[in-house]
Design a protein. Sequence first.
Length: 236
Amino acid sequence: MAPFKFNASQAYTIFQYSNIKTKIMKCCTNIYFNRHSLIRKVIPNYAKITIPYTFPASKVTLKKVHIIRIKDEIKFLYKKKQKLNRDLYDIHLKAAQEWGNIWYSILDSIHDTINQESEKKYKTISTKLNQLSKTQTNNPNHQKQFYPRVVNNTNITFTKEELSLLNKGLNYNLGYKQKNWIETLALEAETAISPLPPNEQESIRYEVAHNIRHLYKKHNNSQFSNTTQMKRENTL
C-alpha cells in the first residue's frame, strides 16, 4: 500500500503513533536479543563487567554478575514496553477520533513499514548472536594427550582384572579382613535371629547360611587372585 502524505499539522498524530510503535518494536527485538543471549550463554558487549581476578571464585562471581545484568535489562525493557503500550493505546484512540474510518488504512501503511524494519532488525540480531556464540563459546583446537597409567615392559600378559588393580596406583590398599571374620559374621547373625518369632527363625537361618557360604567362596577366590597378583608384581 502506498504511504499517505500529509502536512505537518495533519500528520502530527500519525507521526506520534508511528514513533511509539517503532519504539515498541525495538523494545521487543531487544528483549528477544537478551533472552536468547541467556539461552545461548553469551554475554553482550553492554553487559561485560570487569572485576579483579584474584581468586578462582572471581570467575564464578563474574559469570553471575553478567547474568544478573542481562536479566535486569530484560526487566527494564518489559517495563518500558508496558508504558509504551499505554501511550500507544491513548494515541490510537485520539487518532481514530481525528481521522475516522480512514485511520485503519493509515494503520496498515504504518504497520507495513514497521514490519519491514522489524524483519531487518531480527536478521541483524540473529547475525550478532551467531557472532557472539562463535567468539565466546569457541573451544580450543589443541587436545591434551593422556598416557596409560601402567606400561607393561615385560612379556607377561595381564588380565583385565589385574590391569584394573594396577591402574589404581601405588597408594591403593588391598582389602583386609580378619582371619575368623566368617565365624564372627555367623555368630552375629544368630544373635540377630534369636529374638525373632520361632516360626520365622528357620527360614531366615537357611537364607543367612546360604549367603555366608557364597561370601566364603567369593573370599577364597579373591584371596587366591590377590596372591597370584602379588607374585606377578614381585616378578616385575
